[in-house]
Design a protein around this ligand. Structure first.
Ligand SMILES: [Zn+2]
Length: 163
C-alpha cells in the first residue's frame, strides 16, 4: 500500500467519534514502516492494552480505518487468523471486535473476527515474518495468492463492519 500520513490515518476511522480519534496513539515511525509489504496498516495502542487499529485502502482507494477491541490474555489454545490463515500459539491470535459506525454502533452492535494480535498478516503472507508456532498447515499456494487472500479477507471484514 502507499505510505500513510498521520492526518490520513486519523481521518480514515469510520467507527470512532471525533474525540476518540484524537486519543488514538498513531505510531511515530510512519516513515520507517514497510509500506510496500503491507496490504493494510495495523497496530496495537501502546497506551491501552486490548485496543488495536486497522487502516486499509478501500475499493475506490478511499482509506477505511477501524478501531478494534480485544481481550488480552484470552484463550490458551492455538488459533488461526481469519485474515492470513496463519496459526499462532496462545495469544498470537485474538478475537477483535469493531463497533459498527453510527447508530448501530451506539446501540452496541459489533462485528468480530480472529486476527493476528500483532496485525502483521501482510508479513506472514509474504513469509517475511514467521509465527512462534513452527508447525503450520502446509498449502501449495504462492505468495501472490496469499497476498490476494489477505486483501480479500480484510475487505470482507471491513465491508461487514460498514454494512
Ligand atoms: Zn493474520
Amino acid at each position: 500500500m502507499l505510505p500513510l500520513t498521520e492526518t490520513q490515518i486519523r481521518s480514515s476511522f469510520v467507527n470512532c467519534t471525533q474525540g476518540e480519534v484524537k486519543r488514538i496513539t498513531v505510531p511515530r515511525d510512519l516513515a520507517d514502516q514497510r509500506w510496500d509489504d503491507l496490504d493494510f496498516f495495523g497496530w496495537n495502542d501502546p497506551t491501552y492494552a486490548g485496543r488495536a487499529y486497522l487502516v486499509a485502502p478501500g475499493s475506490d482507494d478511499q482509506l477505511i480505518g477501524v478501531a478494534l477491541r480485544y481481550e488480552t490474555g484470552g484463550t490458551r489454545k492455538a488459533q488461526m487468523c481469519k485474515i492470513c490463515l496463519t496459526t499462532h500459539p496462545s495469544g498470537g491470535v485474538s478475537l477483535m471486535t469493531a463497533r459498527k459506525p453510527g447508530a448501530a454502533g451506539r446501540n452496541g452492535n459489533t462485528v468480530g473476527t480472529y486476527i493476528c494480535t500483532d496485525l502483521d498478516c501482510s508479513l506472514y503472507a509474504r513469509g517475511e515474518k514467521t509465527p512462534a508456532l513452527g508447525r503450520q498447515y502446509r498449502e501449495d499456494l504462492d505468495v501472490g495468492s496469499k497476498i490476494d487472500r489477505v486483501r480479500a479477507n480484510v475487505a470482507a471484514f471491513l465491508a461487514r463492519v460498514s454494512d
